[in-house]
Design a protein around this ligand. Structure first.
Ligand code: ATP
Ligand code: MG
Length: 414
């Protein structure tokens, strides 16, 4: 007989179950709660887009576009890419769906994203992000709004203590050009000492050398000129408005003049919330302002700012949520009481109480099994449809107990 090969899970993907799933769900629930408090609307966007949407917006030299995209030709011959992030897709939607009429828009979304990278702890090929964006607002108040939202989310998740907000400005176009020239001059002097990757970056995207993790680059990057000397009056004023806003809102931050972020589209504010509790994968939430992006994609010049956070990394940091326990567990102790058990189960559920039933296996053991479920209320049923005996049991002070008793009366009275 031919052996059937057992299927394998693809490297870098995950099946999320049990306490891991509860952590995951807790992050998404908190995110949904907080986004409502801040009056952000939720959008759903496609899992795949034309490759150009990501290539043009994230920049050919970014890690994501140059190495990490899942790109393939579909049956119709179109080149498509599984979304490696949300911002580009949301901006595409803003353009193609004519959302200009709704600007400024405060939006969130969440779901799976895909990157072809080396799988390791906290780094997957299919992972999940939560994402928040404000599109059509040029004012620094929008940056502040998003950062305050992120800060409240981390506080509500109970992880704010181990996490610092690192903040930088990349200035406006004029600032960036001047700074870039100064950086290139500095790095040219040390070209031979730089890592191979950074020698390539020097041609294509010299800013990225600043956040290189290669030890050969570190001291050269650390001695590079800061952006501060090149900030235009306008860019400096913008950055000050952001930091003043954060101070006013009581959000702690530190300046990280080396923070440049991977994507070409950032302008002005760039930020990362970083923890020391996840080893090398320390960034839990990151983003910035991308005023040129929608224009670059061929849409109307529209400012934007946003952030994304990895759900898995947040889930690893939070305290384990309690296991889900039903409000009611029913033990059907006689097979002849099965139907009344079914009616009780439906009635509890329709009344908004979570309920489950034990009606199989040895009748003598069902009560014991039911006690092990640790539901708030235990309902045991004996006898048959015509003469059933229904008992309820709960610890002192359990709110749901009275409600269950009422429903049981309704059931036997009917
Ligand atoms: P990193 O420097 O860790 O590669 P990144 O700069 O590529 O992060 P972003 O593109 O800003 O990350 O994505 C936002 C968040 O998504 C990250 O802060 C992180 O929490 C999470 N993230 C990124 N890549 C992965 C991955 N491969 N697996 C799990 N989470 C990830
Ligand atoms: Mg990355």
């Amino acid at each position: 007989m031919a052996r059937i090969e057992t299927p394998k899970r693809i490297r870098g993907t995950q099946d999320i179950f049990g306490d891991e799933q509860r952590r995951f769900a807790a992050v998404l629930e908190k995110f949904d709660r907080v986004r409502r408090l801040y009056c952000f609307q939720r959008v759903e966007i496609p899992v795949f887009e034309a490759t150009g949407v990501f290539a043009r917006s994230m920049g050919e030299t970014s890690d994501v576009v140059s190495k990490e995209m899942y790109t393939f030709e579909d049956k119709g011959g179109d080149l498509i890419t599984l979304r490696p992030e949300f911002t580009a897709g949301i901006c595409r939607a803003f353009i193609t769906e004519g959302w200009q009429q709704h600007a400024p828009m405060k939006l969130v979304t969440s779901g799976a994203v895909f990157r072809y990278e080396r799988p390791q702890k906290g780094r997957f090929r299919q992972f999940h992000q939560i994402d928040a964006e404000i599109i059509g607002a040029a004012e620094p108040a929008a940056d502040v709004e998003l950062l305050v939202l992120a800060d409240q989310l981390l506080h509500e998740l109970g992880i704010a203590d181990g996490v610092t907000l690192q903040l930088n400005t990349l200035g406006d176009a004029e600032t960036r050009d001047a700074w870039r020239t100064a950086l290139v001059a500095h790095f040219e002097k040390h070209r031979e000492e730089l890592s191979e990757d950074s020698q390539t970056r020097l041609e294509k995207n010299p800013l990225r050398i600043l956040d290189s993790k290669d030890p050969r680059d570190r001291s050269i990057a650390d001695s590079a000129p800061d952006i501060d000397a090149y900030l235009t009056e306008e860019a400096a004023t913008f950055f000050r408005a952001v930091t003043d806003g954060l101070d006013a809102a009581g959000v702690q931050w530190t300046r990280n003049a080396r923070l440049v972020r991977g994507l070409d589209y950032y302008r002005h504010t760039a930020f990362e919330f970083v923890t020391d509790r996840l080893g090398a994968q320390g960034t839990v939430l990151a983003g910035g302002r991308y005023d040129g992006l929608i224009g670059n994609l061929g849409g109307p010049e529209t400012p934007g700012v946003g952030w994304a956070a990895g759900v898995e990394r947040l889930a690893m940091l939070i305290e384990e949520p309690p296991a889900e326990k039903p409000d009611v567990i029913i033990a059907v102790e006689d097979d002849s009481a099965f139907k009344i058990g079914l009616r009780a189960l439906k009635l509890f559920r329709q009344s908004g109480l979570s309920a489950d039933m034990i009606a199989t296996g040895s009748p003598r053991k069902r009560y014991d099994k039911a006690t092990k479920v640790l539901a708030k209320v235990l309902v045991s049923i004996r006898g048959d449809e015509d003469s059933s005996e229904i008992n309820t049991r709960a610890a002192q002070g359990v709110e749901e107990h009275e409600r269950v008793k009422e429903l049981v009366l309704q059931l036997v009275g009917a």
